[in-house]
Design a protein around this ligand. Structure first.
Ligand SMILES: Cc1ncc(COP(=O)(O)O)c(C=O)c1O
Length: 436
């Protein structure tokens, strides 16, 4: 009750937004948690062999691998994730190595380390190393695809209205420049079946359609599209499929050859808990020749001779430590297991929906309840007047870090990940109950 009064007071005074702009007063050491809970990757792998998605003792150990403030409930994976200690250590160690000796000779090893990261990503995503480029983020990967395809008057591209701006506004900019047509499709709210989603894209496609571009999991509603069915539909029509995987890379157990897409993109710094400003671009082998590179830097000839998607990560001087640490992030995922990580994320998001609904029966979720139609992104709307204030109040009063969502899918976005616990889910539901 006192919390509820606190929420109303903040809304009335309009202070919550202002407070959130200041430095977080989390009361923990400036550098975050000590690493007393950290275990080796080998130890983690041994424990994971017998762990289940709801084995809280195991997931507490996983949580201990992250340098989180002890009183923070971080549910902002759709936006940015922390890296576990092994990934941080790799970034710090290699950054120091470069800073100690920035000679060509000392940095020569980074070419090999980048290839190790490429191989690791290929293994992790069910692709071949030749099909993988290590970019800086999903935005860059998306833009490489839509800058690199040769499209013009008479062509059509079908996009989902729930795509991220880097996969929608960027298409609009390109369409204006090159004169092709865009068809923007909407899908039913809270979908349940695969067919009701596939039907929307099928209905929009015509003989002029060259590309369909969609988010695997929407950052707007959390709805997961049936990527494999949509890519199959596209392939049968000779249409290229562009899957934005920002909300599935690192969250779902992905096999790109099985999915059958032509292009897939992701950011290492989201669910993948990898280094910051590293990303992935997958280009299916037979599509590589037709896709032009956006950036041509020093080493272009070498990239062409080495072949494959290497021509898409010829981006000038890179943060070599971040690129190399991508391989460590893959090792971290492999230690726990991508299938177990997906199952844990699904268990947490299902528990979150259930716990909030139990306390607030009138709650609305923009995210589907059907497991296949959603993943880790949960967008929830509880009956309060100002969702933005609620988002701020959750952080200021309860140390719950989510994401704000504006209309038409207004509410708060919560993205539980492997560093969250069932006890935290319960605390989130109680905080929501205190706000209504
Ligand atoms: C679906 C989707 N695509 C692209 C992006 C852009 O990601 P980044 O800023 O890491 O490039 C986001 C970010 O939230 C996203 O959700």
């Amino acid at each position: 009750m006192s919390n509820r009064r606190g929420f109303l007071r903040q809304v009335a005074a309009g202070t919550a937004g202002a407070v959130a702009l200041g430095a977080p007063a989390l009361g923990a050491p400036a550098l975050g948690r000590t690493r007393s809970g950290a275990v080796s990757i080998e130890d983690l792998a041994a424990r994971a062999r017998t762990a289940s998605p709801t084995d809280e003792a195991f997931w507490e150990i996983v949580k201990g691998q992250f340098p989180l403030h002890p009183d923070l409930i971080l549910m902002n994976a759709a936006n940015l994730c922390p890296s576990p200690y092994p990934v941080q250590d790799a970034v710090f160690r290699l950054t120091r190595d470069v800073d100690q000796d920035a000679s060509f000779q000392n940095r020569a090893k980074f070419g090999g380390l980048a290839e190790t990261s490429r191989e690791a990503l290929a293994r992790f995503l069910g692709a071949s190393p030749n099909e993988i480029a290590i970019t800086r983020n999903t935005s860059e990967s998306n833009n490489t695809i839509l800058n690199g395809l040769s499209l013009g008057a008479g062509d059509e591209v079908v996009i989902w209205d729930q795509n991220h701006p880097t996969n929608n506004i960027s298409w609009e900019v390109r369409a204006e420049r090159w004169g092709f047509e865009l068809k923007r499709v909407s899908t039913p709210d809270r979908p349940t079946t695969e067919e009701e989603l596939v039907a929307v894209f099928r209905g929009a496609m015509s003989p002029r359609t060259r590309v369909i571009a969609f988010s695997h999991v929407s950052n707007v509603t959390g709805v997961a599209l049936p990527a494999k069915a949509l890519c199959t539909l596209a392939r049968a029509a000779g249409v290229a499929s562009h899957v934005d995987g920002a909300q599935s890379f690192g969250a779902l157990d992905i096999d790109l050859h099985d999915m059958g897409c032509d292009f897939y993109t992701g950011s290492a710094h989201k669910w993948f808990v990898g280094p910051k400003e590293a990303g992935v671009l997958y280009v299916r082998e037979n599509r590589i020749p037709e896709l032009w590179a956006s950036d041509v830097g020093v080493g272009w000839q070498g990239a062409i001779e080495s072949g494959g998607a290497r021509k898409f990560d010829n981006l000038g001087q890179r943060d070599d430590a971040a690129v190399a640490a991508v391989a460590t992030a893959v090792e971290f995922h492999e230690a726990i297991g991508p299938a177990l990580i997906e199952a844990r994320i699904r268990a947490l998001s299902a528990a979150l929906k259930e716990a909030v609904r139990e306390r607030i029966p009138s709650v609305e979720f923009h995210t589907s309840d059907v497991p296949e139609r959603s993943a880790g992104v949960v967008v929830v709307k509880i009956p309060v007047d100002d969702q933005r204030q609620l988002f701020n109040w959750l952080y200021e009063e309860h140390r719950i870090a989510g994401g704000p969502r504006g209309e038409p899918y207004g509410g708060v976005r919560l993205c539980p990940h492997i560093y969250n616990t069932m006890e935290q889910i319960d605390r989130v539901a109680s905080a929501f109950a205190a706000a209504v």
